[in-house]
Design a protein around this ligand. Structure first.
Ligand code: HEM
Length: 457
């Protein structure tokens, strides 16, 4: 339970508390959420030790410290997810691969998120967003935005990325199983009949079965450049790299992609909607930008096909999405393990210890952002560009060789959602005040955010 210091190193150990035997400070972490790390950081500094999810851990905040961890991949650290995450995602996932195998897998995946591939997903993503917004506005009651955003990002992942044609009922059952999987990806690795870990394993096995069936029934289009979905691109890319993906690899990759996309995009979508509600001038400025680009006429979005380039050219929209991801970074950080003892902020990180670099705390404490707690999209405008100080102050998608592969896709999805919201929807907060936020497993409002959608004006 207590990992030891490296005695050959003169530097002191990081300060911090290891909590109780076996569970360490896991319960404090679940109950305190974001406050857990913030309170310990204030007490012990930017590099402190704790014990979470069954193992000792050094938590790292601050651009310079994070830079050293992320750029030290392969030399100082390597990936090391908690045991539950690692087992549930499987040995063939990117998350569990290291060195040359990781590089090779990333190369195969890169094509899935290329400009050309994104252009081909765009109309389908737009359609899924429009369909879901229509359902939201046809509901006479306020909707739970977080829950509906989870459904939306799941639909996006299953229909657009994977091209699965499943019935509504199958989709509902897949969604439920997937939620069981996600809820237990970060659990204590105790395999008992009613433990979260066991529930996660059962959900994974059931998902793999359904996915295998869907892959076998799926018509594949791997010829030419007219991609239908990411799975087709993945298979084609594997062929180009002289690799055949086994069914087990395909199933694990598929679950990993949905997992990586699901909670993160749902969290960011909810934060986006909440900020647009909180800041009507931002919503108006977005509308203004759409009008000036000819995308919005008489309060209606132009029905013509949107191109990737026109989305990329919307500068204010870009600032809004960046600011949402700065203040409400969905992923709080990433897990690594020290492959040798090294120095960080004057203390030692002993070989064999887990290291978790922090994204949210780094954003929250970065001196480069003026009035750091304010929602101010213009901080990313070309005149101010507060993030130019160095990329490790702003890292919603991580950094280094393990940075987010789906970054462009996630950004495109959020931009398309914002365009639909600003262009054609009317929506109002259905509660008297805005809800509090919790940050585990991703940032989301306590009540999910209750909003009434009225649809097209
Ligand atoms: C990795 C954030 C959406 C696929 C990561 C990492 C972060 C991140 C911080 C790095 C974790 C680490 O350092 O260990 C986000 C956010 C998203 C998002 C904030 C949405 C707003 C997506 C989407 C996909 C995706 C839509 C794909 C469909 C991946 C993959 C990795 C990854 C495959 C692992 C890369 C590797 O290990 O080499 N993401 N992500 N992400 N993300 Fe995302």
């Amino acid at each position: 339970w207590t990992a030891t210091r490296d005695k050959s190193c003169k530097l002191p150990m990081p300060k911090g508390s290891m909590g109780f035997p076996i569970i360490g400070e896991t319960c404090h972490w679940f109950f305190q959420g974001a406050g857990f790390h913030a309170s310990r950081r204030q007490k012990y500094g930017n590099v402190f030790k704790t014990h979470l999810l069954g193992r000792p851990l050094i938590r790292v905040t601050g651009a310079e410290n994070v830079r050293k961890v992320l750029m030290g991949e392969h030399s100082l650290v390597t990936v090391d997810w908690p045991q539950s995450t690692s087992t549930l995602l499987g040995p063939n996932s990117l998350a569990n691969s290291i060195g040359d195998i990781h590089r090779k897998r990333r190369k195969i995946f890169a094509k899935v998120f290329s400009h050309e591939a994104l252009e081909s997903y765009l109309p389908k993503i737009q359609l899924v967003i429009q369909e879901n917004l229509r359902v939201w506005s046809s509901n006479p009651e306020p909707i739970n935005v977080y829950r509906e955003s989870q459904r939306l990002s799941f639909h996006m992942a299953v229909r657009v990325l994977l091209g699965f044609r499943v019935s509504e009922e199958e989709m509902r059952s897949l969604f439920q199983t997937f939620q069981d999987f996600v809820e237990n990806v970060f659990s204590l690795p105790i395999d008992l009949p009613f433990s979260g870990y066991r529930k996660g394993i059962r959900a994974r096995d059931s998902l793999q079965k359904s996915i295998e069936k869907a892959i076998r029934e799926k018509p594949l289009h791997t010829q030419g450049k007219d991609y239908t979905d990411a799975l087709d691109v993945l298979l084609e890319s594997a062929k180009e790299n002289n690799t055949e993906l086994t069914m087990q690899e395909l199933k694990e990759s598929t679950i990993e992609l949905i997992f990586a996309a699901f909670a993160t995009t749902a969290s960011a979508s909810t934060s986006l909607i909440m900020q647009l509600l909180k800041h009507p001038p931002v919503l108006e400025k977005l509308r203004e930008e759409l009008r000036s680009c000819g995308l919005l006429h008489d309060g209606c979005l132009c029905q013509g096909e949107l191109r990737l380039d026109s989305i990329v050219s919307l500068k204010y929209l870009d600032c809004v999405i960046k600011e949402v991801l700065r203040l409400f970074a969905p992923v709080s950080g990433g897990y690594r393990i020290a492959t040798q003892t090294f120095e960080l902020d004057g203390v030692q990180v002993p070989k064999g210890w887990s290291v978790m670099y922090s994204i949210r705390d780094t954003h929250d404490t970065s001196a480069v952002f003026k009035d750091v707690e304010a929602f101010d999209p213009d901080r990313f405008s070309p005149e101010r560009s507060e993030d130019r100080e160095g990329r490790f102050h702003y890292l919603p998608f991580g950094g280094g060789v393990r940075s987010c592969l789906g970054k462009q896709l996630a950004t495109l999805f959020l931009k398309l959602l914002a365009v639909e919201l600003a262009g054609g929807s009317r929506f109002e907060l259905a509660t008297r005040t805005f809800p509090r936020l919790i940050s585990v497993p991703v940032v989301h409002p306590t009540d999910g955010l209750r909003v009434k959608f009225f649809g097209l004006d």
